[in-house]
Design a protein around this ligand. Sequence first.
Ligand code: IPE
Ligand code: IPE
Ligand code: MG
Length: 256
Amino acid sequence: MQELLEKVNKNRLPKHIAIIMDGNGRWAEERGEDRLFGHFHGVESVRNIVEGCAELGIQYLTLYAFSTENWDRPQQEVDGLMTLLVETIRKEVPVLNKNNIKLHVIGDIDMLPELAKAELKEAIAMTANNTGLNLIMALSYSSRWEIINAVKNIGLDIKAGKIDANNITQQTFEQYLATKNFPDPELLIRTSGEYRISNFLLYQIAYAELHFTNTCWPDFKKESLYEALIDYQNRERRFGKTGKQIQEETTTKISQ
Ligand code: IPE
Ligand code: IPE
Ligand code: MG
């Protein structure tokens, strides 16, 4: 693991990593266990990856923990996930504080059970003064929910005379998204061998580098994170320009 970590260029880290934590259910089923057993072990990976990101000095980590569509799962699984959420937050707040981590939540929080809402609110308040890693949990989140919500609020603000429809820019629109206080992720990771986005940060990942791995989330630990970072650092991020332009820009930057 140490060897892998040494291969990660500490000067070229993404500011923001987003992860679709997938494969808990299959991981458990492969072991003849209930799906909830997989979610339970998934929490271990959350802990490990949050720690790994904090150690590296990553500024933002967004974890897709529960989607709007996940409400359609069997009630027993939804209830189990909500209980796990409440218990985990309760246990982890001291660890977050110890590691200077600030918790944020994005998503349709009103959908969550009262107890989960209350625990989250308290955890957010208790970590509000931390200045290290920003840990953003996407809960009851979906990008289409977020975008429609933004459009509704923009409509209301136009009607109230607060903004002028003719002056709406990308920056204006971004202020209405749940992620308004965070930069776009440069790296998006999805575990468990699924090659899709499942309604996650559709607007924000316009130029993210995508890293897919067959590893299921409960097995995704720091080593896998370092592999994803090395993969990311081998990409050429062109933003519509040519490779030649990017190489020239890099040479100029280095020589400055
Ligand atoms: C990801 O694992 C966790 C959540 C969506 C809550 P899954 O529960 O989707 O696991 P698989 O994809 O069925 O294996
Ligand atoms: C995406 O995983 C949502 C989370 C990881 C929370 P899913 O397992 O719900 O996605 P689909 O249904 O396979 O696309
Ligand atoms: Mg899944």
